[in-house]
Design a binder for this molecule. Structure first.
Ligand code: GDP
Ligand code: CA
Length: 322
């Protein structure tokens, strides 16, 4: 079976770990990763979501944190701070820095991000084929009324909004800058067209999956795909399980409920949707919109729980196919 998954960072990575445990050795998983969170820091290209997937599946992730490397040290960051060079709000540890140095060096030598990602994965052996959504530069920006500048409207990089400001001010708009002219990376459209099953993990529907869908050709490929498309709700009991997805959902005018997220993706795109047990009331609403819906446990508390979620998603895919 060929399974194609669109993924953000933590939610995507933890789901993928469960999916890997749920499938057989002959099954092939291709991951289309969000690169809208990418940021240039200290002259280096940082790809937080690709790295979270790569480290999580490759066994290098800081488990509790969900991002960055295990057994991390912070000497470079401390030395930069001693020079007064920031930003200090973005956590780059020493081990992590090496990844960004290798990536930046390869990009500088002319390799596209997709080739660089493949090279980095040679070390980590994530057990999936990890493709960036695009080789072109796309950066999600968030329009805010800046409290530090008398409420002046300005667009900040997504990482500044999320990591520095902790989404503490309302997002007025989400702009995937560069997406309009970006092309899907090599293999992305094929991975969607040739898949047997397509899964949307409980990743952020706006700034992770939404950004991938903003690359021209990706949404169209999903709508046209032969394979069933099944998603899992990142919203449980009317709130994100982790993070601040409610802030960016509000910016795009979508209620923070499991049903509203499914309707936001729409029945053109989505064939099946899983909501958490406890959100059973969403099932009828989603099904009325023409999307098959089931309520099953959706908390990725450990590998077994994530694997069970993956099995449920694959089962629903088989049901909608039939
Ligand atoms: P990010 O790039 O690190 O923000 O990660 P993603 O976009 O892949 O995923 C973030 C989303 O995952 C958040 O909206 C969370 O609500 C969701 N999430 C995290 N853990 C869980 C979980 O255990 N169950 C479900 N259903 N959603 C989760
Ligand atoms: Ca992310």
């Amino acid at each position: 079976m060929r399974i194609t998954v669109l993924a953000g960072g933590i939610g995507g990575a933890r789901f993928l770990r469960g999916l890997k445990a749920a499938v057989g050795p002959a099954d092939e998983i291709i991951v289309i990763g969000n690169t809208g969170d990418d940021i240039h820091l200290f002259g280096l290209k940082v790809c937080p979501d690709l790295d979270t997937v790569m480290y999580t599946l490759g066994g290098g992730i800081h488990e509790e944190q969900g991002w960055g490397r295990a057994d991390e040290t912070w000497s470079v960051k401390e030395e930069l701070a001693a020079y007064g060079v920031g930003p200090s709000w973005f956590g780059l540890g020493d081990r992590d820095f090496a990844t960004h140095i290798v990536r930046t060096q390869m990009l500088g030598a002319g390799y596209p991000l997709s080739a660089v990602t493949e090279a980095l994965c040679d070390r980590w052996q994530p057990g999936v084929r990890l493709l960036p959504m695009t080789d072109d530069r796309v950066e999600t920006h968030v329009v805010i009324e800046d409290p530090e500048q008398d409420g002046k409207r300005r667009a900040v990089h997504f990482q500044e909004y999320w990591v520095k400001l902790h989404a503490s001010v309302p997002a007025q708009a989400i702009l995937p800058v560069g997406a309009e002219t970006a092309k899907p990376a090599p293999g992305v459209v094929e991975a969607i067209a040739e898949a047997d099953v397509i899964l949307l993990p409980p990743s952020n529907p706006v700034v992770s999956i939404g950004t991938i869908l903003a690359v021209p050709g990706v949404r169209e490929a999903l709508v046209a795909a032969q394979a069933p498309v099944v998603g899992l709700s990142p919203i449980v009991g009317g709130a994100p399980v982790r993070g601040m997805a409610d802030k960016v959902l509000e910016a795009v005018g979508v209620e923070t409920t499991a049903a509203a997220v499914a309707l936001h993706y729409g029945s053109e795109l989505l064939d099946g949707w899983l909501v958490h047990t406890g959100d059973e009331s969403a099932v009828a609403e989603v099904e009325a919109a023409g999307i098959a819906c089931r309520a099953v446990p959706l908390l990725m508390t450990d590998l077994d729980a994530s694997a069970a979620m993956a099995r449920q998603a694959l089962e629903l895919a088989e049901q909608v196919r039939a």
